[in-house]
Design a protein. Structure first.
Length: 161
């Protein structure tokens, strides 16, 4: 097989001269972030999933949180100044982001949506997010992710009980 085809996310990082590591893994169809982290031997605290929501205002918002955690919808709404948020239905992910479920990354969506990265990312030297397609993952610093997505860091996850 020839040279790896770059995703939009990789092209954006290359253009911004952001250093990143590309990981690949076997994946025929959607697998969740926990399975990806397990397959790659990664700590869940550094492996982030991308969630897309829509507010009452009809605006879309992107959240990057550790794969083993759950988004707290009240905290998330407060973080983006909305009364409430709803998860984007799976069937709308491609239309809104340009990516498919399991390959959705906060970097390089069709439009630049407000992005919130869970504050625990700042405790990691590098974090992993989807590479923009099934079977690819990008590892970069939390600061670089915030820079290329114009993201901010906030506490938006449910507390562990």
């Amino acid at each position: 097989m020839g040279k790896e085809t770059k995703t939009n996310a990789m092209r954006i990082l290359d253009r911004a001269k952001v250093e990143y590591q590309l990981n690949t893994y076997e994946c025929e169809e959607f697998i969740d972030g926990i399975q990806v982290a397990d397959q790659l031997g990664q700590d869940y605290e550094m492996s982030f999933k991308t969630l897309v929501t829509q507010g009452k205002s009809r605006q879309y918002y992107v959240f990057a949180i550790p794969v083993h955690r759950e988004l707290d919808m009240k905290k998330a709404a407060r973080a983006v100044g909305e009364k409430s948020l709803e998860m984007l239905p799976v069937k709308e992910i491609n239309q809104v982001t340009g990516y498919i479920r399991g390959g959705c990354t906060p970097i390089g969506m069709k439009k630049r949506y407000p992005t919130v990265i869970h504050e625990s990312a700042l405790q990691q030297s590098r974090i992993a997010v989807s590479g923009g397609r099934h079977g690819t993952q990008i590892v970069l610093t939390p600061q670089d992710l915030a820079e290329v997505t114009n993201g901010k860091f906030e506490d938006v996850i449910k507390q562990e009980i």
